[in-house]
Design a protein. Structure first.
Length: 275
């Protein structure tokens, strides 16, 4: 009887260990059981300002992309004022501009090879341009609102103001998947401007000073970057400003740029882990 009990106990332990190993999954740079993956606490980050650059205070920034050699592409919003721009990083000068038709409220942008894709807020239309000339190449329809857009080298990733990120085929702009973004078990709504950064998507969260660092496979927020106090009163210069919005990443130089709607300054920041 004792031997049977011992044998049964050993078998039970073996089954538990096997199931535990089967549930072990990679999450960021930590290995966590799948059952605990969603409940892991995001890492908290602050920032250091590395450099300040001039930014057009009339730009209601909705999308921002760094494209090398000191050049940014920027999409701006507002009815009758929306535009696509090529901007010199060092001076903030607008080198090239195409205004959108007045029925479009411009939103996020992404560079896909020799094309630029720009979302619109309420119209459900994505505008595609030649990257160099800004000449229109086509329009594509999508359901719902358009907020943020980025490109991970294989898929376009867009936000629509909810907690869901949608994946699009970069050639047809057809939806090919989606993921819900969560902090623990709670959905993270109001995802706005997006940037693909070293395998993560970084998202402005509308009307906050925080950026969510999102694992695309799980939708889990793996970190929060708190940019409270970034725009100082001195930098603001008494101007009317709106919310933090606009993230650009220099993948070769490892530089992160952020700005906001009607902000007179664009910042290069260093993200610093707290604690």
């Amino acid at each position: 009887m004792t031997r049977r009990v011992l044998l049964a106990a050993l078998v039970a332990v073996g089954v538990i260990v096997t199931l535990g190993l089967a549930l072990w999954v990679q999450a960021g740079d930590l290995y966590l059981p799948a059952l605990l993956r969603r409940s892991a606490q995001p890492v908290e980050y602050g920032f250091e300002v590395v450099a300040r650059y001039p930014h057009d205070p009339e730009a209601f920034t909705q999308g921002l992309v760094y494209h090398g050699e000191g050049i940014l592409y920027e999409g701006t919003g507002l009815w009758g004022e929306s535009s696509l721009r090529r901007v010199d990083l060092a001076t903030g000068a607008v080198l090239q501009r195409r205004d959108l038709a007045p029925q479009y409220f411009g939103e996020g942008i992404a560079v896909v090879g020799d094309r630029i894709v720009q979302l619109t807020w309420k119209a459900g239309v994505a505008l595609v341009y030649d990257r160099d000339t800004f000449e229109p190449l086509g329009e594509y329809r999508y359901p719902g609102e358009g907020w943020g857009l980025t490109y991970d080298g294989e898929r376009l990733i867009m936000s629509d103001g909810t907690s869901r990120l949608r994946f699009w085929d970069p050639d047809t702009l057809a939806e090919i998947g989606s993921v819900e973004v969560v902090d623990g078990e709670e959905p993270v709504d109001d995802l706005n401007e997006l940037e693909f950064v070293d395998g993560e998507v970084w998202a402005n969260v509308w009307q906050t000073d925080r950026i969510a660092r999102i694992d695309l496979d799980s939708g889990r927020v793996v970190g929060w970057i708190d940019l409270t106090g970034l725009l100082t009163e001195e930098d603001r210069g008494g101007r009317q400003v709106d919310v933090l919005n606009g993230i650009a990443y220099d993948s070769e130089g490892g530089r992160v740029f952020v700005t906001g709607k009607w902000w007179p300054v664009l910042y290069e920041i260093r993200v610093v882990r707290r604690g």
